[in-house]
Design a protein. Structure first.
Length: 95
């Protein structure tokens, strides 16, 4: 009886450890891109000569960068897909 309870407690401990590792990895996957984006924005501000992101000029540049990023991502995806057929085209050509 004691052996069964001890084995069960080991299994529960392992399950809790695996769950904690999974939560840590999930959290890092969620927050790491946000931190990297913040770092890239700060580097782009420093490259333009703006040391303080809280200044009025810094806020204007942050707004400009925030507005430009989706546009850049759109054109990058268009360039990537330029020579590749879409999923619908691929299905039509296979049929």
């Amino acid at each position: 009886m004691f052996s069964i309870i001890q084995d069960l407690s080991v299994l529960v401990s392992i399950a809790v450890f695996v769950a904690a590792v999974a939560l840590f990895l999930f959290g890092s996957l969620v927050f790491l891109p946000a931190l990297q984006t913040r770092k890239l924005v700060a580097q782009s501000l420093m490259a333009e000569g703006i040391a303080d992101r809280r200044s009025l000029v810094g806020q204007e540049q942050l707004a400009r960068i925030a507005a430009q990023r989706p546009v850049d991502a759109y054109f990058k995806s268009i360039e990537k897909e330029r020579d590749q057929p879409s999923a619908l085209d691929a299905k039509l050509f296979r049929a």
